[in-house]
Design a protein around this ligand. Sequence first.
Ligand SMILES: NC(=O)c1ccc[n+]([C@@H]2O[C@H](COP(=O)([O-])OP(=O)(O)OC[C@H]3O[C@@H](n4cnc5c(N)ncnc54)[C@H](O)[C@@H]3O)[C@@H](O)[C@H]2O)c1
Length: 251
Amino acid sequence: MSLQGRSAIVTGAGSGIGKALAARLARDGASVVVADLRDYDVAAAEIAKATGARTLGLQVDVSSEADVEDLVSKTLQAFGRIDILVNNAALFSPLVPREFDRIDAAEWRKVMDVNTLGVFLCCRACAPHLRASRCGRIINLASGAPIKGVPFLLHYVASKGAVIAMTRALARELGKDGVTVNALAPGFTLSEGVKKQPAHLKHGAAIPATRAIARDETPEDLVGAVSFLASDDAAFITGQTLVVDGGSAMV
Ligand SMILES: NC(=O)c1ccc[n+]([C@@H]2O[C@H](COP(=O)([O-])OP(=O)(O)OC[C@H]3O[C@@H](n4cnc5c(N)ncnc54)[C@H](O)[C@@H]3O)[C@@H](O)[C@H]2O)c1
């Protein structure tokens, strides 16, 4: 129960990787806000039942300033503080992998709105409360894709490269307040969303063979790293990108 008394927001936690991360932080003792466009209530109730933690499900579009402000004020009403922000919400599994010259500008902008503007808005709105916590933590879901140069998702790869850059710069801005900012870079992970998309399964089929530990990656493979980065043991680690992919990308 290393996070007893702390309050965490996990965006995109209605399903997939985000839900697994929210459940682990709850198991570690944190009160957890499940913020998503959909399935936020069901996920929050399931996590509370499974862990005994206090949870709150909120409908939030991370690319909307008004929604993000509302997320922060309702979190404070419910739990009185914000110690941990996990920026997990992103447009990923609904995207169809294809050559860069078949991506239109509207889809590019939408990906950037959710995957980069959304991270910025959540960091900006939570920052005063993370500073006040004195043990504030931001954990951004990046990806191994910009590190490895994965083809056929150029907008997504660009957005996750931006997340790594934002993590480094923000770590320097928030370090004096004791807030750490780190990124987690998963490999191709069989989340609920990915499992429903034959195009992603086809695109990722060859990836397990590139790993030192040559098996499929699941959301459960990621929860320990986030639990650690959120804990007091990681207080002097900031600006880093932790690759958790069974040893495919080695940095
Ligand atoms: N699954 C993978 O292979 C993989 C690999 C590397 C990184 N990642 C990253 O991990 C994170 C989670 O991956 P996943 O596979 O569970 O993704 P996913 O696409 O299946 O789910 C993302 C979640 O975010 C929510 N969401 C989407 N847009 C939102 C918005 N505007 N506001 C709030 N919530 C929104 C969705 O409803 C969904 O619950 C993402 O940041 C993704 O980019 C995933």
